[in-house]
Write a protein that binds this ligand. Structure first.
Ligand code: HAM
Length: 423
């Protein structure tokens, strides 16, 4: 039996990879316009980075991390997300020295032991961005503006931006108390997961997707009614900046997100085309306390991560983005008559490639006739046969495949003549 990919992982084959590159290139073009620089952090980190950063009661830390023993029994984990590693790196390398605001983005694999389904994998890719050192709601709106630019550049316009405020360390404990009290008489009617969340992470009950729970959630007190004045002002300022940028948004009081580090702003970009459970194309928010949770000084943070597989799913159906895979076409195929000529071809090919020319040479011992057929099949622009005569005279003949036109060339000027012939 042949070995296949592990469940929840996938290959990205030639023909598909072009769309991934298009998205990555658009990111690398657009994000620097907003001041973001790329950062690359390790694929695995100490487990405590995630348990402290994301929160021990979250699904990610409770059941989705791929952990393995490291040196002296200290546990290591394949990163399930990029925010905690970026803040770790920010602190480790003192990136925010003298009050500098850091804007960092990343593109890479993440790992979560989830039940694989469409849009949900065990190894997946995120494009993420983090701003560390700013508390400004205007900056939050600017990051959302950057996202709308990225998505519209990729031709995506049927999405909704959903925002909420989940309060901060001053007002949220108060809300949690009120929530617990209101849940008591109702909890028996909630799903099993919500019931266990009353003890571990009651806020997450608000975004349960089970239909019966959603009806019950409507009876619960609103988080917005418990926000303190500072959180209300922050939220309203964000909304006014979104208006300033002309960004359409929807308010959703139940948007609490699955990671514990969020305070105040949370947001998602959702689309109906991904199905009801995986409808989030990306999510993010503010995490002002994360730096301190990781042992650093106060460093307010804000960011998002976009699921690349989900974006690819949305875009791959579109005709204008479909790239039909064809192997790269040689500009010149160097056919050889014998072993000595093959050696000559290899050296000539190296010289031409150094000049930026795409060259192919056959190493499979094909006859000249078969090499000519192969060159034709590959769609080469030009074919050139090399034998004893060409090597001793230093002259060869370039044959343009599209019309059979043949022109002589000095071997030392092959590249120049070839480019003239095919231009
Ligand atoms: P998250 O909501 O866990 O947030 O993930 C962000 C996005 O990654 C999701 O909206 C989804 O598109 C994608 N995603 C998550 N899990 C999977 C999966 N198993 N398979 C495929 N795609 C997935 C975070 O990761 C935060 N670090 C975002 C953030 C950055 N908040 C502030 N800064």
């Amino acid at each position: 039996m042949t070995i296949k990919t592990i469940q929840g992982t996938h290959d990205i084959l030639p023909g598909d990879v072009e769309l991934w590159q298009r998205i990555e290139n658009a990111t690398r073009r657009i994000f620097p316009r907003y001041g973001f620089a790329e950062i690359r952090t390790p694929i695995f980190e100490w487990t405590e980075l995630f348990s402290r950063g994301i929160g021990v009661a979250t699904d990610i830390v409770q059941k989705e991390m791929y952990s393995l023993p490291g040196s002296k029994g200290r546990s290591m984990t394949l990163r399930p997300e990029g925010t905690a590693p970026v803040v770790r790196s920010y602190l480790q390398h003192k990136l925010g020295h003298s009050g500098k605001i850091e804007r960092l983005y990343y593109i890479g694999q993440m790992f979560r032991h989830e039940r694989p389904q469409k849009g949900r994998y065990r190894q997946f890719h995120q494009i993420g961005a983090e701003v560390i050192g700013s508390e400004s709601p205007a900056m939050e709106a600017e990051v959302l503006h950057m996202l709308t630019r990225l998505l519209s550049e990729l031709g995506l316009d049927d999405f909704r931006i959903v925002v909420n405020s989940v309060g901060d360390t001053h007002c949220r404990p108060n809300y949690l108390e009120i929530l617990q009290r209101s849940l008591k008489p109702l909890i028996g009617d909630f799903c099993n997961q919500c019931q266990s969340r009353t003890k571990t992470n009651p806020l997450r009950i608000l975004d349960c997707k089970v239909t019966t729970c959603q009806e019950l959630i409507k009876k619960l007190p609103k988080l917005s009614d418990s926000l303190c004045d500072d959180c209300i002002t922050h939220h309203q300022e964000l909304l006014s900046w979104l208006d300033e940028y002309g960004i359409d948004y929807h308010l959703d009081e139940t948007l609490v997100r699955g990671l514990d580090y969020y305070i105040r702003t949370t947001f998602e970009i959702i689309t109906d085309q991904l199905g009801p459970t995986q409808n989030a194309l990306l999510g993010g928010g503010r995490y002002d306390g994360l730096s301190e949770l990781l042992g650093g000084p106060r460093a307010p943070g804000y960011g998002f991560a976009l699921g690349l597989e989900r974006l690819v799913l949305l875009l791959s159906g579109r005709d204008n983005l479909k790239t039909k895979y064809t192997s790269p076409r040689p500009q010149i195929f160097l056919a050889h008559l014998d072993d000595g000529a093959l050696r000559y071809c290899v050296n000539l090919a190296a010289e031409l490639r150094d000049q930026g020319i795409h060259v192919l040479v056959d190493y499979e011992g094909r006859s000249l006739k078969s090499q000519m057929k192969l060159s034709n099949r590959l769609g080469s622009d030009v074919t050139c046969v090399i034998g004893e005569t060409e090597i001793t005279s230093g002259r060869l003949v370039l044959r343009r495949m599209r019309d059979g036109k043949e022109i002589p060339a000095e071997i030392s000027k092959t590249g120049k003549t070839l480019l003239e012939l095919i231009s």
